[in-house]
Design a protein around this ligand. Structure first.
Ligand SMILES: Cc1cc2nc3c(=O)[nH]c(=O)nc-3n(C[C@H](O)[C@H](O)[C@H](O)COP(=O)(O)OP(=O)(O)OC[C@H]3O[C@@H](n4cnc5c(N)ncnc54)[C@H](O)[C@@H]3O)c2cc1C
Length: 289
């Protein structure tokens, strides 16, 4: 099916993009990689009057460390992040997740900001960013807003972004001391959305867990933070028993539905196993770092 008619705007600056968006925010859509929005337009699930293509806005795809954060521009493509040297060396949760997203074609175009703004509970980046306590930076008519990822993701395909705001950047706090992390994803075939995904970030002070983050994919109406498991882990020494308990608690947090990817009980069991496995992997990395 063809999309319904819309006006197309391709501004050269963020200011221009915001001004155009501000004119008819409730009838406009921002276009980034188009990998989710274009199919929605073609199916006519979305029919905006104006499409604001931000791909010509310079400076929105940088990946760099500054002010105690890794700062990833909203237009950074999944593939760009997967091959970024800094990410590969210092951010293992991000580095393991990026190449598991979709297929090479989608990874070449899909963006980090677009994924988060789309807020698909089966999207991988939401869980990764929850595990890392990331913040989303948004610009609107009244300036910049910094939104913790847990507040940004509200519900299925729903964020706390205002209609007249544009995501510009995602900020990840730099890890401290010894740390490790991973993203474990079960998919029916390569390139598929997750049946279940688990993001793990672990920081150790000696053998004590000083900081931990666990994000769950495709087992709720949004990406979930496994808070009770995180609380059980924080401040304690690493042990297989503790990791098993964290897996059990994370499986309780998960709220999956039975569908063509498997029954809910199976998905919970995968969460439990992935949390245990991911924590052990992150601990081994942290000890070696
Ligand atoms: C075949 C296929 C397989 C896929 N598999 C996976 C997968 O395994 N895992 C996964 O995580 N994802 C998967 N995706 C989704 C993919 O990662 C998309 O790239 C992503 O969901 C949307 O990013 P985008 O840049 O294409 O955004 P777009 O499609 O351009 O936009 C998506 C939404 O976000 C809004 N938006 C975009 N950028 C901004 C911004 N800067 N500020 C405000 N709003 C904005 C748009 O208005 C729109 O509502 C898949 C997609 C396809 C087509």
């Amino acid at each position: 099916m063809f999309p319904s008619q819309f006006e197309y705007s391709a501004p050269d600056s963020l200011e221009e993009a915001l001004a155009t968006l501000g004119q008819r925010a409730d009838e406009s859509k921002v276009l980034a990689g188009g990998q989710s929005l274009i199919p929605l337009l073609k199916l006519r699930f979305a029919a905006p009057a104006t499409l604001i293509d931000i791909n010509r806005v310079p400076g929105l795809d940088a990946v760099e460390e500054s002010d105690g954060h890794l700062r990833i521009g909203t237009l950074a493509r999944h593939n760009q992040i997967a091959s970024d040297t800094l990410v590969g060396e210092r951010y293992p949760t991000i580095a393991t997740a990026a190449p598991q997203i979709a297929d090479p074609l989608v990874r070449n175009l899909g963006t980090l900001g677009g994924s988060l703004a789309h807020a698909d509970p089966a999207g991988d980046w939401g869980s990764v960013m929850l595990s890392l306590n990331a913040e989303v930076v948004a610009r609107g008519p009244s300036g910049e807003r910094i939104i913790p990822i847990d507040d940004f993701l509200v519900d299925i395909f729903t964020t706390s972004l205002n209609e007249d705001e544009i995501v510009t950047e995602v900020r990840v706090p730099k890890p401290e001391g010894s740390y490790g992390g991973t993203y474990l994803k079960l998919e029916r075939k390569v390139g598929d959305y997750a049946t279940v995904g688990v993001a793990v970030h672990l920081e150790l002070d000696g053998d004590t867990i000083s900081r931990v983050g666990l994000g769950l994919t495709a087992v709720g109406s949004r990406n979930l933070k496994a808070t009770s498991a995180e609380n059980a882990l924080a401040g304690n020494s690493c042990s297989d028993e503790l990791f098993a308990e964290a897996g059990r608690l994370a499986a309780e947090t998960a709220d999956p539905v039975s569908d063509e990817r498997g029954p809910a009980v199976y998905k919970r069991a995968v969460v439990e196993t992935f949390v245990k496995r991911g924590l052990a992997e992150a601990r081994d990395q942290a000890r070696a770092r």
